[in-house]
Write a protein that binds this ligand. Structure first.
Ligand code: OGA
Ligand code: MN
Length: 313
């Protein structure tokens, strides 16, 4: 290794020494002005002392990436960013997710294109309205679902409009050995809710003038392995229509219902009450996110950036 590379490595090692030796989850980790404080919930850490509209230093980016792996969601407080600054910040963590044009997602136009920044808002031009969003990961039905997503809060209701995230590592770890063995090699199809929905027991297909009426299905492991930590997580949305490949319908439905009842437990969740200027970055593999319905007479405006991911395994 060259001297420059090894001295860089040494500096990174030094800056993480304290965190490597003291792995207590509840402690604030301080790196100069940057503080990372775990929430009281099952996931998440609050990040203060950094202005993410500016270029970050290598040690800051590495500290954030390490905290992101450990806590699964990072909550940045008091941020003010232009769209360009938001995209530049997000780029430290990966490239923007763009769907395959024939696999529609939230905000797809009739040709299957989506913007880099999606307006998640109950105002003109926004998506998701004010209704409940049941616990899900984004883009689960696509061949390569997002690795991570950001939401940046511009306007929030005084009460309500919270978002919950759950820890799917813990959900998996708490399964009994028999269930873990049962699901070890199972593949799950999560059907595309922008193509196919169940209404009153019937499948309704949304016919789009350009896109094919039936989306290809992309099965992914039900017990998936996180590509960075190597830990297993339960890769299952709370309510999206699913099907286990090669398992008889009744047996598969019973197993899914059992897993869903288990993952609903409040102990797996963190509740985030938004403030203007919050940016939440979440691991879109090992967490689900959920939003209860909120008062339609309030304004809630957030901007989302999703990052690309690889094929789940
Ligand atoms: C999303 C989403 C939740 C919320 O943008 O992917 O699920 O609280 N949003 O608005
Ligand atoms: Mn979502």
């Amino acid at each position: 290794m060259s001297t420059i590379a090894s001295s860089f490595t040494q500096r990174i090692k030094d800056s993480f020494k304290s965190s490597l030796s003291a792995q207590s989850r509840r402690k604030t980790q301080k790196y100069q002005s940057l503080s990372i404080t775990p929430t009281e919930g099952a996931v998440g850490a609050v990040v203060t002392g950094v202005d993410v509209s500016k270029p970050l230093k290598p040690w800051q980016i590495l500290a954030l990436k390490k905290a992101f792996q450990e806590h699964l969601i990072l909550i940045f407080k008091d941020q003010t960013l232009t769209d360009k600054q938001y995209l530049d910040f997000a780029a430290y963590f990966g490239n923007v997710f763009y769907p395959r044009p024939d696999v529609p997602v939230l905000a797809s136009d009739p040709y299957g294109n989506t913007p880099a920044i999606v307006l998640v808002a109950n105002v003109e031009g926004g998506y998701t309205g004010t209704g409940e969003l049941t616990a899900h990961t984004d883009h689960h039905w696509t061949p390569n679902p997002s690795r991570a997503s950001f939401l940046y809060a511009l306007e929030v209701p005084a009460t309500g409009g919270d978002t919950y995230w759950s820890n799917q590592y813990q959900v998996y770890d708490d399964l009994d050995d028999e269930t873990k063995a049962r699901i070890e090699h199972l593949q799950l199809i999560t059907y595309n809710p922008f193509v196919r929905k169940i209404k009153g027991g019937e499948h309704v297909l949304y016919r789009n003038p350009v896109l094919p009426p039936i989306s290809e299905a992309f099965p992914h492991p039900l017990a998936a392995t996180h590509p960075e930590t190597g830990k297993k997580f339960l890769y299952l949305d709370a309510e999206t229509e699913v099907e286990l490949v090669g398992v008889a319908y009744e047996e598969g439905s019973a197993l899914i219902a059992k897993l869903r009842a288990h993952q609903k437990n409040a102990k797996y969740f963190y509740k985030h009450q938004w403030s203007v200027g919050d940016i939440v970055l979440w691991d879109n593999y090992a967490t689900l996110h959920y939003r209860p319905a909120f008062d339609p007479n309030t304004r809630r405006v957030l901007k989302r950036i999703s990052l690309a991911g690889g094929r789940p395994f």
